[in-house]
Write a protein that binds this ligand. Sequence first.
Ligand SMILES: Nc1ncnc2c1ncn2[C@@H]1O[C@H](COP(=O)(O)OP(=O)(O)OP(=O)(O)O)[C@@H](O)[C@H]1O
Length: 753
Amino acid sequence: MTIKLHRDYGQECTRLDETKDYIEYVLHESEHNEKAIRENIKEAYANLNSLDASEGYIALLTNVKFFEMTRGNIRQLQQVKKRPYFCRIDVQPDDTDKIQPLYIGKASLFRPDTQEPVIVDWRSPIANVYYEGRIGEVSYETATGTERAELHLKRQYTIEEGNLLDYRDIDITTRDELLQESLGGSADSRLKDIVSTIQEEQNRVIRADMHRPMIVQGAAGSGKTTIALHRIAYLIYTYGDRFNPDQFMILAPHQLFLKYIADVLPELGVEAVRQTTYLDFVQENIGKKLKLTDPNLRLFHFLEGGDDLEQLRFISRFKGSATCKQLIDRYLDRVTLRLLPQDNCMLGKRVIATAEEIAKFLREDYVHLPIYKRVEKVKKILQDRLKVKKKQLQKDILDHYDERLEVALAMQNPVQRKAKVIKLMDDKEALLKKMEADAKTLVKTYMAQFSKLDLAAHYREFWQDEVLLSTAMSELELRGVQEHSLALLGKKRMELEDTAALLYLQHKLFGLLTEVKVRNLVIDEAQDYSIFQLLALKEVLGSEMFTILGDLSQGIHSYRGVESWESVLETVFPNGNCQFLVLEQSYRTTVEIMTLANRVIVHSKTPNLVLAKPVVRHGEEPKQSVFATEQELIAQVLADSERYRAEGLNSLAVIGKTMAECKRIKHWIDHFDTGLSVTVLDEKEDYSGHDLVIVPSYVVKGLEFDGVFIVNLEEEYTTEELDVKLLYVAMTRPLHRLAVYSMEGKTQLLDLI
Ligand SMILES: Nc1ncnc2c1ncn2[C@@H]1O[C@H](COP(=O)(O)OP(=O)(O)OP(=O)(O)O)[C@@H](O)[C@H]1O
């Protein structure tokens, strides 16, 4: 039936028109207000000097705040005006007879006169009914408790450019239609929002309690990245009165990934949330650009094989372990011990502070501060005490000499009297001068014993501390890690594995260099984080409000990353407060592609892997072919990509195992002189605007494309654990088409699937 014949069609069209008109009206009013507020700000600036300072400042701040709010509202309404809502729910609260239709969208809009909701924000408590409720009895949580209601209708709309194209009434059984429509679409170089099709299990992650940490193990394509961003938008909406957007931060693997996700939060009306990489966060806070060895070198090393793999694995694992953190803690104790003074701080014979007192400041009273901040505190205390003591001492000297002068002045013999008085005056003068001079240098001289090393020197010292290290490891293991670390440090280099210790040491020794406001952290691709990285982040943020999302099946850096979520639960969140959720359903790719990818990941030795379950969306069978020449292989890639483009598949990627392989692929493609814009991506680039991108398998995680070619020219995926995961990651990137093209003899793992 065409929608135009539906009994409610006229009414729905009217509702949409009214909503659009009302948005236009509010926009007009807001723009008018914006102008007025702008004028107010100008005036407040002009009056800043003439008014009482605080009054003028408050007027300015208030107007700026209004201005920002109005701006924010205008931006949001501008964004939604062509699609003001995506669904309607008809609810009848338990205590009334009235059924209220509520239209849910990406903004909140009320008529101030009647308080009637025009658009209800998707993040509001009642909107939860759309995501989780079935027709009939429903309940939802609000700030004041549980509300109950009867749900009479759930209706989804397809609205484009302000026109109502379609709508359908849904419940659990028919819910998939909009989802299918959305998944059938084409990928571009940016992730998008999914507010209208959030699924129940995803909704639970988005709306989970903010105050408890949460770990989400989600299959490839289960929406981890997407829901991480939606969760931030939800939390800011729900807890906006207590938390500012700058108290939220998302950590992503690299710049390319950050560009890929950059649009989602603004699309959801959220600005000012920090989106960065772990490495950038560390560097910013230790105030140094680290000279790191390329983190992918170790990965290549594992790919290429060699005698020292076990040793390298051990080094990575050790540096990321809770044991390493414990040793650093013990080292920090030794640093504190070393600082404890032997001597009292004295001005003449007067005690400014005893050595015991200072030790107590350093080890107890200011133990909550970084070590060198404690030292600064001691300095300040000594300076303050000295000021008081100096005055007392001055007075004592004056009193002492005054007394003696009095006696001298009473002497009979004038010659002797004069000589005595002069001597006493000179002595007094000299003593006061000396006291003054001593006081001037006292604190500086005393503080000289608290010598300060910089961060790198401390880190080197840690690795040189054999007594400390030998308590934790066997002699042999100790030598390996120590030699490796000191050799690197000798070349003024470090590796990614060192950054957890550096961040932690910076925090404990000096304090972070920026004021970290972040209280709520979302970590994507968290399978690549070590326990020590997570512990260090928890410590420096002073918060446990973490949302940790990852997939162990994609743990290509498992030699340094998370081995199992249990270990994170036990070590990072040992108080048992952490929530753990599993997302099995995968939305990105077709049943055919996911089935093939699952046939790869079953060869992984990672325990307890959960296979991804694709949503039922069918597509072409993945193509697998073997070629005799590289030229033929690349010719096939180019022919297919032309066909895919003709079918409307816009984003296409060729995935090579390593950067060297990718360069070889590029070299061959250039031979064909296609006129296409083709580029090889590294972790820093943006890939919008290219016809074809070539990406190494270890860079491609997290990204997606309409069509993917996995190409094996000189390199192949073997049955080694790392190769299994790399191939799995590559295979789970396409939305619609997958082709795996290999040269003869380069199909070791592929032969098994
Ligand atoms: N509920 C949903 N409705 C529509 N699309 C969805 C939904 N959930 C996920 N998707 C889509 O599925 C794709 C995969 O999502 P996303 O990249 O967030 O998954 P992921 O779990 O982070 O994947 P990976 O671990 O493989 O990188 C995206 O295109 C996203 O828009």
